[in-house]
Write a protein that binds this ligand. Structure first.
Ligand code: C2O
Ligand code: CU
Length: 479
């Protein structure tokens, strides 16, 4: 099994830190709090979403819109978010605060950190926000993220060192029209009967079965739309500014199955943050953003009407928003600015800013995390073993508080996987950027390090919603 591969793990059933125990509470106390509380209510419910251009979709969303309304607070503020589950068909749900290091019992992963929130029930998430940055939130149940249940979460830094005139949050999403959230029992049943099915049919089947439950039809399970801030490219969201203004873009990829190459026509972008954490600035033409990743960039606006284009990697389709600083006609929905083929930035070319770079020290614990599986069986897993939600603590990757931990991702597959760790922000290599989600290339390797300073039980998984759903997950647990 997996444990045999890691140093020092001899006991078959390690005693794990309790997600709501005293170690977790003690860590929360150490977080610097402003004493202010932001109260919000988030209602997860069916909605008819207006995607622009006359396109509507019956789906699920927070507060009737996708992306849901952003939550914005200051670092150290306490977020008190009451989730009200109004989803149909006795669907359970939760909220995971993607990228934020917070107390473990508020991380929103049923059944690992909490009981799932039943239909008709409420649950209040309450935690101190630990670090400024660009985050988002979504359920951690089945494929609900891919249904439209997501929204940005911005934690501001009152001592923000960047100077800019305006700020736009840009959320990318691939849209499967007609797909619903997850009735888990049905998915489990489906999975059992899937032995001989090829990967694509299995994936479509997962989507289709869900669709049927809510909409009464199997739906069209292609990706007909790539949305930028919830709009189709023929009727895009418009950001207005003045020539010469400096704008901070906070880019979030909330898609379930698509990496985006993003460029703003006629502009270069200066990358300032990855996954919320500052990096040494770099100028680029385009950025590659995997599912779950976030990038902050600065642009100095030109004079005109410019397309902000998100090219779906490997799918040859685009999403678009417009940046307008002058009157005049808009570019076509299919425009492909040349910047998309210019200097493309990936995370491995970045360096962490000095103040967030991890001090070098000896690594206490190494876990090898092999990414396994393939399209023909759709048997995505970690270390050859699909994660079992019914027995979530069966074979954790154990760590201990105070350790410097290294994860060695080894991708034995022909696909790339954006690997996301909950509750921590790791660093790529010795000087790379701080991130919580990173693309591991096909047949590629990636080593990341982090300090074990947030006790609890944390998921480590691929942020392709479909890969995660069939088991490309593991538990990293303190003991
Ligand atoms: Cu956004 Cu467990 O992930
Ligand atoms: Cu994956």
């Amino acid at each position: 099994g997996t444990l045999a591969a890691c140093s020092g793990d001899s006991s078959p059933t390690p005693v794990l830190v309790d997600p709501s125990g005293s170690a977790v509470a003690a860590t929360e106390k150490k977080r610097r709090s402003t004493g202010r509380t932001r109260n919000v209510t988030l209602t997860a419910a069916p909605a008819v979403l207006d995607l622009g251009g006359g396109v509507t979709a019956r789906s699920w969303a927070y507060g009737g819109q996708a992306p849901g309304k952003e939550i914005r607070l200051s670092v150290g503020d306490t977020l008190a978010a009451e989730l009200s589950n109004q989803l149909p068909n006795r669907t359970t749900t939760s909220i995971h605060w993607h990228g934020l290091a917070m107390r473990n019992d508020m991380d929103g992963v049923p059944p690992v950190t909490q009981q799932s929130v039943r239909a008709g029930a409420k649950f209040t998430y309450r935690f101190v926000t630990d670090a400024p940055g660009t985050y988002f939130f979504h359920p951690h149940v089945g494929l609900q993220l891919d249904r439209g249940l997501y929204a940005p979460l911005i934690v501001e830094d009152p001592e923000e060192p960047l100077a800019y005139d305006d700020e736009w949050v840009v959320v990318l999403d691939d849209w499967v029209d007609g797909v619903t959230g997850t009735p888990d029992e049905v998915l489990a049943e489906l999975r059992q009967g899937m032995g001989g099915m090829d990967g694509m049919s299995m994936k479509f089947m997962l989507m289709g079965a869900e669709s049927e439950l809510l909409c009464g039809d199997a739906g069209d399970v292609r990706y007909p739309y790539h949305l930028v801030n919830g709009r189709v490219p023929t009727d895009p969201a418009v950001h207005r500014g003045k020539p010469g203004q400096r704008v901070r873009l906070r880019l979030v990829n909330a898609g379930g199955d698509t990496a985006y190459r993003v460029a703003l026509g006629g502009h270069r972008m200066t990358v300032t943050h990855t996954d919320g954490f500052p990096v040494e600035h770099q100028q680029v033409d385009a950025l590659l953003i995997g599912m779950g990743e976030r990038y902050d960039v600065l642009v100095t606006l030109g004079d005109g009407v410019f397309p902000l284009v998100a090219l779906a990697e490997g799918k040859d389709a685009t999403g678009m928003a417009l940046v307008r600083t002058a009157s005049g006609g808009a570019p076509r929905a299919t425009v492909r600015p040349k910047e998309l083929d210019g200097r493309i930035l990936t995370a491995s070319r970045l360096r962490a800013a000095d103040d967030v770079r991890l001090p070098s020290r000896k690594v206490d614990r190494v876990h090898r995390v092999e990414l396994t599986g393939g399209m023909d069986k759709y048997d995505w897993a970690i270390n050859g073993k699909p994660y079992d939600m019914a027995d979530p603590t069966a074979s954790p990757l154990t760590i201990e508080e105070g350790q410097r931990v290294r994860l060695d991702f080894v991708n034995g597959t022909e696909m790339w996987h954006p690997m996301h760790l909950h509750g921590h922000t790791y660093q790529l290599g010795n000087t790379g950027p701080r991130k919580d989600t990173s693309i591991v290339l096909p047949r590629g390797k990636l080593s990341v390090v982090f300090d074990a300073d947030n006790p609890g039980r944390w998921m480590l998984h691929c942020h392709n919603a479909y890969h995660a759903e069939v088991g490309m997950m593991a538990l990293v647990a303190y003991r």
